[in-house]
Design a protein around this ligand. Structure first.
Ligand code: HEC
Length: 138
């Protein structure tokens, strides 16, 4: 009898641990790491374009000069290089996506969600490739 109880306890405990593990692994915030055995990712601007729509970037940003909630992103490739002297254009764009509060553009509120930090690195690279391919503001 007591042995049976002990065994059931062990099973209950193990199930509990698995549930906690499952809840954590589906969690938010931490970007999934990439399998290091895969070949290096080649940034794909056309996937970046899809992400720009699917991740709702386009709800706040035009790809021209029109201001919505956020700035129009025309010419962002050139602008990104001038925003922060300590950052390259790519570094600035990654920071703008993952940690938008780190640099808030003059004339705008800190309104961009910081949930994009959950995006896998490949997706961020694809978004950056897309943004850098946008034509200038003229
Ligand atoms: C809820 C509205 C909102 C959403 C959604 C949003 N942004 Fe923004 N974004 C802003 C605002 C407002 C700013 C300007 C304030 C700041 O610098 O954080 C901004 C700034 C930026 C900048 C810097 C622009 C510059 O000229 O320096 C980039 C790049 C950018 N966003 C890209 C993105 C991308 C890519 C996505 C989707 C993954 C996205 N944003 C989603 C509102 C948004």
């Amino acid at each position: 009898m007591s042995r049976l109880i002990t065994r059931n306890r062990v099973i209950a405990l193990a199930t509990g641990v698995m549930l906690v593990a499952a809840a954590c692994s589906g969690g938010s915030g931490v970007a999934p790491t990439r399998d290091p055995s895969l070949p290096p990712h080649v940034a794909d601007a056309s996937n970046g374009e899809k992400l720009f729509k699917n991740e709702s970037c386009s709800a706040c940003h035009s790809t021209g000069t029109r201001r919505v909630t956020g700035p129009g992103l025309a010419g962002i490739a050139q602008l990104a290089a001038t925003r922060d002297a300590a950052l390259t254009a790519d570094e600035y764009l990654e920071q703008a996506i993952r940690d938008p509060g780190a640099y808030v553009l003059d004339g705008f509120g800190n309104l961009m969600p910081n949930t994009y930090s959950r995006l896998p690195q490949d997706d961020v690279d694809d978004l950056i490739a897309y943004l850098k391919a946008l034509p200038g503001g003229g």
